[in-house]
Write a protein that binds this ligand. Structure first.
Ligand code: TYD
Length: 137
């Protein structure tokens, strides 16, 4: 979890993110998920190279992360916390609250060939990485 800067102000609070300062990559792309029906989720996948920061800019969602060995679930409901997702981590975004907005800062442009969309293929590649299933890259 990344605790982002917070400029508290009675007119409304402000949070900012600087690439290679608050997060360990330069920001090449921003995308956001919105109009997700309450309780819904988005499909799971992993990336060979992409690093991402996931922020619940409004509302809340659950993020499941899985490095091929361990699984952990994070609940995001504050716009000043981000979840950093390194390369080669499977992630699923679940249980969006109605009206939520999930903001994602990404280290690379959209590249379909960077995706693992099959969990079994992801785990096999992970275990082939260094023989331990742990990502040391
Ligand atoms: P995808 O990343 O597959 O999301 P999910 O796993 O939640 O379904 O994206 C869904 C579609 O949107 C897919 O066809 C690719 C397209 N897309 C882009 O064209 N550019 C982007 O930056 C992203 C994130 C997705």
């Amino acid at each position: 979890m990344v605790d982002l800067p917070r400029i508290a102000d009675p007119r409304g609070n402000l949070t900012f993110v600087e690439g290679s300062n608050h997060i360990p990559f330069d920001i090449a792309r921003v995308y956001y998920l919105y109009d997700v029906p309450g309780g819904e989720g988005r499909g799971g996948h992993a990336h060979q190279q992409l690093q991402q920061l996931v922020v619940a800019a409004s509302g809340s969602l659950d993020v499941l992360v899985d490095d091929g060995t361990h699984r952990e679930r994070f609940f995001l409901n504050r716009s000043y916390y981000g979840l950093y997702i390194p390369r080669m981590v499977w992630r699923e975004l679940d249980d969006f609250s109605s009206g939520s907005v999930c903001l994602v800062l990404a280290s690379r442009p959209y590249e379909e060939e960077d995706y693992f969309r099959d969990y079994g293929a992801f785990v096999a590649a992970k275990h082939g990485d260094n023989g331990t299933g742990l990502d040391t890259a």
